[in-house]
Design a binder for this molecule. Sequence first.
Ligand SMILES: [Cu+2]
Length: 357
Amino acid sequence: MKSLKTLVIAAALSLGAVGVGHAQAPAVAPAEAPVAATAANPAPIAADAAAPTAAPATTEAAVPAGDANYVPMKPTPGIGQPVAKGIDFQPQVSPVGEQAYWFNNVILLPVITVITLFVLGLLLWVVFRYRAKANPVPSKTTHNTFIEIIWTAIPVLILAVIAVPSIRLLAQQYEPPSKEALTIKVTGYQWYWGYAYPDQGIGEYVSKMLPKADAKAAGEPYQLAVDNRMVVPVGRQVKLIITGADVIHSFAVPAFWTKMDAVPGRANETTFTANKVGVFYGQCSELCGVDHGYMPIAVEVLPVDKWEAWVRSKGGNPAGPVAAVAAAAPALAATPATTTTEAAPAAAPAAAPAATN
Ligand SMILES: [Cu+2]
């Protein structure tokens, strides 16, 4: 029942986001809105071509006009991004990530290591002790009840011990979000991401990979740096409603232990709570076409007051309910062109409580 309600809310939110797109660009079809927005903001490339020597100026120019007060945070080396020759997970900055990291390092790795060494030892012992030269008359024993019970019971016990934290972690990852969670709608496109904050009234903006020179000038890792980041407040749960616009993508940020497929026609939901301020990078993790490797994700986690300032710089209201979202629902219901005419009236009341969060 709970998941049904979540789906209804998700549907309402996605309809609401389309409605917002309508309101902002009435002349443009909703599906084209993100592309139009990109075309309207060619700052990074244009600025780069115009002033290749003025590196810091280029960084400034990469910030959209509405974000005058907001300066993108510099990433911390080794945090929220891969490191050279690294074999470990990225340092985790979410409760679920910390739990998963502990499960891997404290439970799984020791168990795997002990079993591997034990089996290797047995193998070596058999190879040397029972080789033909040292053991000319082989044993004819085929069954040993005691040993068979042992080698069945011990693996069962090991699996039972692993199952407890494993299932707990799995359940935690799919726990429904709290009412205070910040909702962000994430849309995967070939080949960039779109983010919208329906409750704050921030319509979808697109997030594209920075060209090499711009990334370097901004002190960010190339192929991970983007022009417009997802920005979230520290310590507050974030609910992501994820979908794809064309093919299947996957939204993944390793430092949050977050990964969820972005499937066209479906609204997938996942949550994360970042408990550390900083910049955390991810990548599309579902092979989605020729530029699959060039649609990175950058999430900036800010103190609450700075996040609120960012929301205002985007023309949104950090407190929550925004007239635009409430207005979008009746407007949608009145539009005869809406294909989901049946869903619209049902979605409108569902959208109202979501908007009050
Ligand atoms: Cu993709």
